[in-house]
Design a protein around this ligand. Structure first.
Ligand code: C5P
Length: 219
C-alpha cells in the first residue's frame, strides 16, 4: 500500500482519538493527536495564571511529541512530560479559548505539518482536512449525537475514576463545539472533500471497518 496521510476531524468526543489510534495500528501508521498540543499549551497558560500575551507564551514554549510503544503519543512541554495532565477538567474547559488564538494556531499547525511531511500519518483534530493537510489522501468528518458523545465521555471518565453527570457533559460538549465552530481562525467544519461518518449507534469495530473500506478504495 502506498504511504497515505489520513485526516480525521469532528466535534468533541465523537470518538476520533479511539478510532484514529486503532486505525493507525491496523495500517502501521503513526497517530497524531493534535488536540493534545492545544491542551499542552492550555496547561502552560493555566500554570502561568492565564497570561493574555499569547505571542510571548508561545515564544517561550518548547513543545514536541514522542512515541512510546506502550503508552502511545507523549507530549513534552518545556522538557516535561505533561501527557497525564491534559485531560483534567480545567484544561478541557479552557482549551477552546486558547486554541482560538492566532499565535497558538500558527505554532501548532506548523508543527503538525512538519510531522506529516513524510506521510504515513493518521491525524485527528478540528482543522486537519481544511487547514493542516488540505491535500490529505483521505478526509473523514466524524460525528455522533450529543447524547451519545456525553454517555461515551462519562464512561471514559468512570474508567479514570472521575465522577461526572451526563447532562453536564452534554452542556460542556455542546459549548465547546459552538466555540470551535464559531471562532474566527480555522473554525471546525467539514472539508468539502471529506466523507462524513456518523458513529451514533455503531460499535468501534463497525466504524473501523467503514473507514478501512474507504482507505482500501483509495490505496
Ligand atoms: O480533540 P480534543 O478534545 O483533545 O481537542 C481539544 C480542543 O483543542 C478542541 O476543543 C479545540 O478547541 C482544540 N483543537 C483545535 N484544533 C485541532 C485540535 C484541537 O482547535 N486540530
Amino acid at each position: 500500500m502506498k504511504l497515505l496521510n489520513i485526516a480525521l476531524d469532528g466535534p468533541a468526543a465523537a470518538g476520533k482519538s479511539t478510532i484514529a489510534k486503532l486505525l493507525a495500528a491496523k495500517l502501521s501508521m503513526i497517530y497524531v493527536d493534535t488536540g493534545a498540543m492545544y491542551r499542552a499549551i492550555t496547561y502552560k497558560y493555566l500554570q502561568q495564571n492565564k497570561p493574555e500575551d499569547f505571542e510571548h507564551l508561545i515564544k517561550t514554549t518548547d513543545l514536541s511529541l514522542t512515541y512510546d510503544e506502550v503508552k502511545g503519543q507523549r507530549v513534552i512541554l518545556d522538557n516535561q512530560d505533561v501527557t497525564d495532565y491534559l485531560r483534567e477538567n480545567d484544561v478541557t474547559n479552557n482549551v477552546s479559548y486558547v486554541a482560538s488564538k492566532e499565535a497558538v494556531r500558527t505554532f501548532a499547525v506548523k508543527k503538525q505539518q512538519e510531522l506529516s511531511a513524510k506521510k504515513g500519518i493518521v491525524m485527528d483534530g478540528r482543522d486537519i482536512g481544511t487547514v493542516v493537510l488540505p491535500d490529505a489522501d483521505l478526509k473523514v468528518y466524524m460525528i455522533a449525537s450529543v447524547e451519545e458523545r456525553a454517555i461515551r465521555r462519562q464512561k471514559d471518565n468512570e474508567e479514570r475514576g472521575i465522577d461526572s453527570k451526563v447532562d453536564q457533559l452534554k452542556q460542556e460538549i455542546a459549548d465547546r463545539d459552538h466555540y470551535d465552530m464559531n471562532r474566527k481562525i480555522s473554525p471546525l467544519k467539514k472539508a468539502d472533500d471529506a466523507i462524513t461518518v456518523d458513529t451514533t449507534g455503531k460499535s468501534i469495530e463497525n466504524v473501523i471497518e467503514e473507514i478501512l473500506t474507504l482507505v482500501h478504495s483509495i490505496a
